[in-house]
Design a protein around this ligand. Sequence first.
Ligand code: PLP
Length: 468
Amino acid sequence: MTTKEQREALRRLPAVHELLKREELIPWLERLPREWVTRAAGDAIAMGRREILENEAVRVRSAAELAARAVVSLRRLTEPRLRPVLNGTGVVLHTNLGRAVLSEAATEAVQRVARSASNLEFRLEEGVRGSRYDHVEDLLRRLTGAEAAMVVNNNAAAVFHVLQALARGKEVIVSRGQLVEIGGSFRVSEIMRESGGRLVEVGTTNKTRIRDYEQALTDETGMLMKVHTSNFRIIGFTEEASRHELATLARKRDIPFFEDLGSGVLYDLKAHGIGDEPTVRECLEEGADLLSFSGDKLLGGPQAGIIVGKKSWIDRLKKNQLTRSLRVDKFTLAALEATLHHYLNPEEAAREIPTLRQILKEEGELQSAAEQLAERIRGAAGEALGIETVPAHSEVGGGSMPGVELPTHCVAITPRQISLTQLERRLRQAPVPVVGRVSQDRLFLDPRTLEEDDFSQVSDSFRYALQI
Ligand SMILES: *Cc1c(COP(=O)(O)O)cnc(C)c1O
């Protein structure tokens, strides 16, 4: 039942045609077909109507308020939803924030092929049709020492492709300690089922020996598989079969030994005392026949799944029907090629690839960066925030190198006039959103994942959040 006041209030709401005459909406009528502006005005009025019907206290929105609301929804419709964010979390490969940030050269390479026609599938020397994979295969071979390489959409697709092309209808032996789930619903057991491979689990969660694989071999065995446990780590009383042992066993049966390496490093981070991940080259030297890894994890390139290994197996993968449906586009190939070029000179890779540069930042550098950032935010916020710098830890993220803590210095912020939740939310909603980490009743910003050029933007976003 509507009350008399409500009926009265509903009558006072403006009509769509009145809103459309307001000057706030005129530029929108010039920019968009009338239909979209009419709909935005209609929605704004409908919302006003609902407010009247649902609330006891009746307050009629003015035409100006409703027009402003329509403008907000038209802006939302026309502005990019996918946009840059400042990552202050200290998680270098933040899956929710787009994982690896591309190098300048990789970004330019993408723009170049986007703006123009390219030789994506055309051999310029001979003037005949070529393969899109040729552009990066040679580089991947040189950088990893593999006989052959191919690239698909992401590493999940790479694993699926290898299994369905080489092990469909056959048994695939995997250690129980490696039957993991990786963020975003990638489960080894389910990928196996989808691909048509039959999972044969061997060993126990903490210990699997080569004997366990040997005993599980049958005439139906089509593959030995090793999976990087990524974001999960078994410590203590553990044992696993070595790559060399698995490779030797696979060779005896003439079946492939495939390793899902997850991240896949081309730059030797362990030589800098960071983690203990073997490089892709080392894994191949230890005997893996086929390896797959992501393009946008530790490699620091675009989203992609890279498969390297023995030519005979890779040739079978390339010929498979599924290859077409997993193929990468020209932007990915352009970014990947430019990223791989950096690796020809490891010093250049460490300098130019943001993922590596951020992981390799040193504590002293981070301490002075944290102090500079703190100073900038103090300058913007005045007394509204309590600000200090504190030692802390950053993470590599992306399921790469679990348990590796990179020492850093953070700016720790305590809001004095609004709540921490409000500050955190308003920073997220700023025109250039800033995402930090909330811990111990403070907001932490880690300069490891910010560049110095970002600092003035960070302080602008603080001004926005504090409305000053
Ligand atoms: C990350 C990861 C995947 C999935 O790779 P995407 O490139 O994200 O598809 C698969 N396997 C392992 C072991 C991983 O760490």
